[in-house]
Design a protein around this ligand. Structure first.
Ligand SMILES: [Zn+2]
Ligand SMILES: [Zn+2]
Length: 203
């Protein structure tokens, strides 16, 4: 592990917490967002403020950090490409083990280690924020997207339509309606026919 810079904005000094298990400390701080905090279509702009309300708790193996992170997201709607700007608040939780702990490093489990009394808040932010982002951000849940004919944003113009391709379909519907009217008239006259002709045959 590379040594952490105690003056770096995302590095937190836990010295005041001490190492006695059960010892707790509340920390509220505002940090600048690290680069690429998010996904391609939705992210927290680098340098914008992330508000952290954290509770540090000394446990046997290290320091358990729990709390919330609040930030502003920027991105674009996956359906209509309108730019989005919305707040996000996520729960964060991570165990940072003491650097002299017996717990072994495991890439898959993602064990975070303290560097002396210092801990790096960046993985905490990444796990909390990136994993909670939607794969397809939308400007609103029922965003109608773009017109497939001309690319217009349908939310701005709900009655938007193109005359040409619709006309033939209406013509087809009108023809169907005329056909279904026809046979019902004919079956009514057909029933009346046989009953009227019976007396004639007995004569
Ligand atoms: Zn949209
Ligand atoms: Zn259109």
């Amino acid at each position: 592990m590379t040594n952490l810079d105690p003056r770096a904005p995302l590095v937190l000094d836990t010295r005041e917490l001490g190492r006695r298990p059960g010892s707790q400390r509340e920390v509220d701080l505002s940090v600048p967002a690290p680069p690429e905090l998010g996904i391609e279509v939705l992210s927290v702009p680098e340098g914008s403020p992330v508000e952290l309300r954290l509770r540090l708790e000394a446990v046997m193996e290290g320091v358990l950090v729990t709390g919330t992170a609040t930030a502003g997201l920027e991105g674009e709607c996956a359906r209509c490409l309108e730019s989005l700007s919305e707040p996000i608040e996520v729960d964060v939780q991570e165990l940072f083990v003491y650097d002299d702990s017996d717990i072994e490093d495991d890439e898959e489990e993602g064990v975070f280690r303290l560097d002396g009394d210092l801990l790096d808040l960046e993985p905490l932010l990444r796990d909390g924020i990136v994993l909670s982002l939607p794969f397809q951000p939308l400007c609103r849940d029922d965003c109608p997207g773009l017109c497939i004919e001309c690319g217009a944003r349908l939310a701005d113009d709900p009655d938007h339509q193109h005359e040409e391709p619709i006309d033939p379909r209406w013509a087809g519907l009108t023809a169907l309606r005329e056909q279904s009217d026809g046979p019902s008239d004919r079956s009514a006259t057909g029933e009346a026919g046989p009953t009227g002709s019976e007396p004639k045959r007995s004569e």
